[in-house]
Design a protein around this ligand. Sequence first.
Ligand code: TYD
Length: 137
Amino acid sequence: MENQPTVPTIIDLPKFLDRRGSLSFIEQDKHVPFEIARTYWVYDVPGGSKRGGHAYRRNQEFIVALSGSFDVVLVNERGEKKIWHMNRSYYGLYIPSGWWRELENFATNSVALVLSSTSYDPDDYIRDFEQYRKEFA
Ligand code: TYD
């Protein structure tokens, strides 16, 4: 991808559909606007549970609803909130660093696939919203 979006953006993925079903894929540099350092997935989320509740200082992410559905709630440093309902596996949500996020409203058996631009680094997390506002104001 040539341009790196500066705000959270839905990115459509290739989709091949035929009688046997559907296939989508992600290639580094073509479909996600960063070099992929890590992949993780969130699953078996009990009804009513929330994931996230933090911001990353450096890490960028691309989130795909591989199965089922959930909401990605993003808040910026001004407290402006936007909710993305993720329910198809042929697109993903690109989230630049510096956005407060929560994943919630998981349907049973949902799987959230996450591609990350950095390796896991606990020091990259901001887990306190006031601290987040201070750092990004
Ligand atoms: P956590 O950040 O609390 O998950 P979420 O953002 O979905 O709420 O991570 C849960 C646990 O998993 C925590 O102990 C850290 C660990 N973890 C890793 O070891 N590597 C990773 O890449 C991630 C995302 C989490």
